[in-house]
Write a protein that binds this ligand. Structure first.
Ligand SMILES: Nc1nc2c(ncn2[C@@H]2O[C@H](COP(=O)(O)OP(=O)(O)OP(=O)(O)O)[C@@H](O)[C@H]2O)c(=O)[nH]1
Ligand SMILES: [Mg+2]
Ligand SMILES: [Zn+2]
Length: 355
């Protein structure tokens, strides 16, 4: 009889430690963009923090800073040029998450690049909102990132099952799970997505538990703070985006709570999420059917038969209209800026010496 002694020596064959590049989320997709000698001449580094003064980048052995640049974001890979850091070349992105910056002046803000899975975090309380979750999902679909919905704080309510069922019903392409961010089985619960060599990000409103989840996954000790009792709103504890490395797991991105998620350039993401409605629309009698009271409308027929929730159609309409509006106003702003630049050029050319 042969006996298996390996159990007696659990540490006899230790797992080789991951290289820092793989801990940073380095993947074949990026490696194949490199020329043979690039690795030594301009080694790859990943942007792990964005500050006004500069971008913190980590590589296999490097820990460097490059000058700030609006076209770069956390998660981007650069070929680091030690002599001229600002000439470091960005590698092609696997994915890019962007939104319309909150505020009066609309512009596109890059949120993160090269993320594999976004955990859309909400809580089983007043934060929970289907229309908002749909926004995040459309954003992820457009960005080529896999979304997973996490419903936190199931321990603080009797209705956790109900919240979870509503989250799971949003799309059969988006898994949903309830998770207590303060328990010690977080890494296990997320293990289908939070794997070595991957990059995962937590997005969601303030106070839903993004930093608590990051701490559980990455072993960090980030600040967390209780939420307001009356409306479950958080206190915007996290102020900047940062990517954290783990010993034998994924690179983890914690982000500040979003006050508002305005979308632009996500028409394809919205179509993907509401694919069933778009499918129905192709079966309407009239090609330009507005799905209101036209005869032969397949969308209204689906509502009448109970196959389509009218509230969902309404959310689809609202999101699509908002997306179009944002896209047009950003395009207009760009055109205005271009026109203004031309105007300045013309004025200064025509009247060079006017005092
Ligand atoms: N009971 C319970 N408390 C939780 C859970 N998840 C988060 N919390 C608590 O909720 C509060 C807010 O958590 P944070 O991790 O700071 O939330 P955040 O999403 O990082 O918030 P911002 O940084 O403001 O965006 C903290 O007091 C956490 O301890 C959970 O699943 N159960
Ligand atoms: Mg936080
Ligand atoms: Zn119709």
């Amino acid at each position: 009889m042969t006996r298996d002694y390996s159990q007696l020596f659990p540490n006899a064959t230790p797992k080789p430690a991951a290289t820092r590049l793989s801990q940073l989320g380095w993947q074949p997709f990026f490696a194949q963009q490199l020329e043979a000698d690039a690795l030594t001449e301009t080694p790859p580094v990943r942007i792990t923090e964005v500050h006004r003064s500069g971008l913190v980048c980590l590589g296999e052995t490097l820990n460097v800073e490059v000058p700030p640049d609006d076209d770069l974001t956390v998660g981007d890979w650069l070929l680091y040029d030690a002599e001229h850091p600002k000439d470091s070349v960005r590698l092609e992105r696997k994915s890019l998450i962007q939104r319309v910056a909150a505020g009066r002046l609309k512009y596109v803000q890059l949120i993160a690049a090269n993320v594999d899975t976004v955990f859309i975090v909400t809580s089983a309380n007043a934060d929970f909102n289907i229309a908002r979750l749909e926004r995040y999902i459309a954003l992820c679909f457009e960005a080529d990132v896999d979304p997973v919905i996490l419903v936190t704080k199931p321990d603080l309510t009797d209705d956790a099952e109900d919240y979870l069922a509503r989250a799971a019903a949003i799309s059969d392409r988006v898994p949903a799970l309830a998770i207590n961010a303060k328990k010690d089985d977080v890494a296990e619960c997320l293990s289908d997505w939070a794997k070595p060599g991957r990059t995962v990000a937590f997005l969601g409103s303030s106070g839903v538990g993004k930093s608590t989840l990051t701490n559980a996954l990455a072993g960090t000790e980030l600040d967390t703070q209780g939420v307001r009792e009356d409306d479950a709103k958080g206190r915007h504890t996290t102020r900047h985006r940062q990517l954290y490395l783990t010993e034998n797991g994924p690179a983890v991105l914690d982000t500040p709570g979003m006050r508002e998620l305005q979308l632009t350039d996500v028409a394809a993401g919205i179509s993907e999420l509401f694919e069933d409605i778009e499918d129905l629309a192709t079966r309407c009698k009239f090609r330009d059917c507005a799905h209101e009271s036209e005869p032969g409308c397949a969308v209204q027929a689906a509502i009448a038969s109970g196959d389509l929730d009218p509230a969902r159609l309404e959310r689809f309409r609202k999101l699509a209209a908002e997306e179009t509006h944002n896209r047009e106003s950003i395009a207009e702003k760009r055109a205005r800026q271009k026109g203004f630049a031309k105007h300045v050029k013309r004025v200064t050319k025509d009247k060079p010496n006017r005092r």
